[in-house]
Design a protein. Structure first.
Length: 244
């Protein structure tokens, strides 16, 4: 388990003076990478072996207002691991130790040459802490509905930029959240607050791709599914978001 404290910079706030959801994801991601390095299976250890961690699923719940969060503390830990996936949870607190957000993630290892999934090497499994009893929240990765015969409530197109590309040479995970919100109808963004988000990362996105994000109304009120496809029409991600 690791705890890290971050100072929030002014450019990480939005027009409502709130820390952005992708800002919180960045803090969690940094803490996760730092602990993996300390445990001996972070990027510095894996890169010479031509393998890397990539995020495949993210579930995040926003507990309280993110307005003017000067300082945040991230607590993160490995919950469990198998030969294919590793589960890591996190809780983010404000300076008074109140919960701001919490979440759960699933990670896999890819070969950096083939870009294909590989089994988690034994030295990583040996270095994993024992299965943790504590969970930040119960995982709820539901089946993604089909929207092939439905019209989107809103949509947008994204041209991937060089600043979107991370250490693994693909679009970093936090951009999928910001793209979903960009495709959200304006009346929802103006009058509602994001409370839950679930992201399924399905394909890598390289620099220069054009992504179409379609927002579809879910059965639950003020909830949306976002399906992102590349210029070849292949689905690259699915996002579920709840607003209140």
């Amino acid at each position: 388990m690791l705890e890290m404290i971050f100072n929030v910079r002014h450019y990480e706030y939005n027009a409502k003076h709130e820390l952005t959801p992708w800002g919180l994801q960045n803090f969690f991601q940094e803490a996760a990478c730092f602990e993996a390095d300390k445990l001996g299976f972070g990027f510095k250890a894996l890169t010479p072996q031509n393998i890397a961690w990539v995020l495949t699923k993210l579930q995040m719940q926003f507990v309280r207002s993110l307005k003017w969060c000067d300082t945040v503390k991230v607590k993160t830990w490995i919950v469990s691991a198998s030969k294919v996936t590793s589960r890591r949870d996190f809780i983010i607190y404000d300076k008074d130790n109140n919960e701001l957000a919490k979440g759960t993630t699933e990670w896999v290892i890819i070969d950096l040459s083939s870009r294909r999934l590989v089994r988690i090497p034994q030295f990583i499994l040996d270095g994993h802490p024992s299965t943790a009893a504590e969970q930040a929240l119960e995982q709820n990765f539901v089946r993604i509905p089909s929207f092939d015969d439905k019209e989107p409530a809103n949509s947008c197109q994204i041209q991937t930029r060089i600043e979107d590309i991370d250490i693994n040479n693909h679009v970093n995970n936090q951009h999928f959240t910001s793209w979903a919100l960009q495709a959200t109808p304006k009346e929802i963004l103006d009058n509602k607050t994001l409370t839950d988000i679930v992201v399924y990362f399905k394909k890598e996105i390289p620099f220069g791709d054009t992504i179409t994000v379609n927002a579809y109304k879910a059965d639950e009120e003020n909830c949306f599914w976002y399906i992102s496809k590349n210029q070849e029409g292949k689905e690259v991600s699915a996002v579920f978001a709840r607003f209140k």
